[in-house]
Design a protein around this ligand. Structure first.
Ligand SMILES: C[S@@+](CC[C@H](N)C(=O)[O-])C[C@H]1O[C@@H](n2cnc3c(N)ncnc32)[C@H](O)[C@@H]1O
Length: 222
């Protein structure tokens, strides 16, 4: 799944993002997002962090959820808006040009689900920890945080294999876009540190891609 760093190239050409990511991941991302969306039920309030062109947002809206997608890239949002309109889902979705750093403006305990696909690996360490804390605050007690993203493998052999796979891709991506992604270190531990209980976790064979669900405990925040 190290091809995900090439998504940075695709992000610099949002109109090609959807097709490109599907080719790069051989359709695997669709399955990952279908699994993530299987946690969502009709009528729930859902927030999609770094929604991009709306892959997860639209899946959630198709389940009958009321979804807000936020992203800092207006071109990605424009495509997301168009896709939602084409799927007749505009009444169930709201897209906002907004960064995770602005989550402080969201009401506490207002979402059933906070989700994110491939956005945490684009955040700084401080942003990531802040986002996890904010996700817990804005989730209703018992609400779910769903993340699918690139992570750093834990074993040395997998780390070396991953590094060998990533290095050429990181270099190409950096040369073209002057940015890169940072596979997240210890994501499940960070989710737990933010006060959420890991409910399920699925790691790729090389250990470089994770799907994780963390639940906010039912008791009220102190
Ligand atoms: C690789 S794309 C994934 C988009 C979408 N979630 C998907 O899976 O198709 C990562 C997205 O995160 C957005 N992003 C990066 N940093 C962000 C931030 N600080 N706040 C909100 N969105 C951010 C980017 O603009 C981009 O659209």
């Amino acid at each position: 799944m190290s091809t995900y760093i090439l998504m940075k190239i695709l992000e610099s050409a949002p109109s090609r993002y959807d097709k490109g990511i599907r080719v790069l991941t051989l359709g695997r991302l669709d399955k990952v997002y279908d699994r993530l969306a299987s946690h969502i039920k009709g009528g729930q309030r859902v927030l999609d962090l770094g929604c991009g062109t709306g892959a997860l947002t639209i899946r959630a809206a198709q389940k009958g959820a009321k979804v807000k997608g936020i992203d800092i890239n207006p071109q990605m949002l424009e495509i997301a808006q168009k896709r939602a309109a084409e799927a007749n889902l505009s009444q169930n979705v709201e897209f906002c040009e907004m960064g995770v750093a602005e989550l402080g403006g969201e009401e506490s305990e207002s979402y059933d689900i906070v989700m994110s696909g491939l956005c945490f690996s684009e955040l700084t360490e401080d942003e990531l920890r802040y986002t996890l804390r904010e996700a817990k605050r804005i989730l209703k007690p018992g609400g779910l945080l769903l993340i699918a993203d690139e992570v750093r493998p834990k074993s040395i052999s997998k780390t070396i294999l991953n590094w060998l796979l990533r290095f050429p891709l990181v270099t190409i991506t950096y040369l073209i876009t002057q940015t890169t992604t940072k596979a997240v270190r210890n994501l499940p531990e960070k989710v737990e540190e933010a006060g959420l209980a890991i409910e399920s976790m699925r790691l790729s064979k090389i250990g470089n891609f994770i799907e994780v669900a963390g639940r906010r405990p039912k008791g009220r925040a102190k």
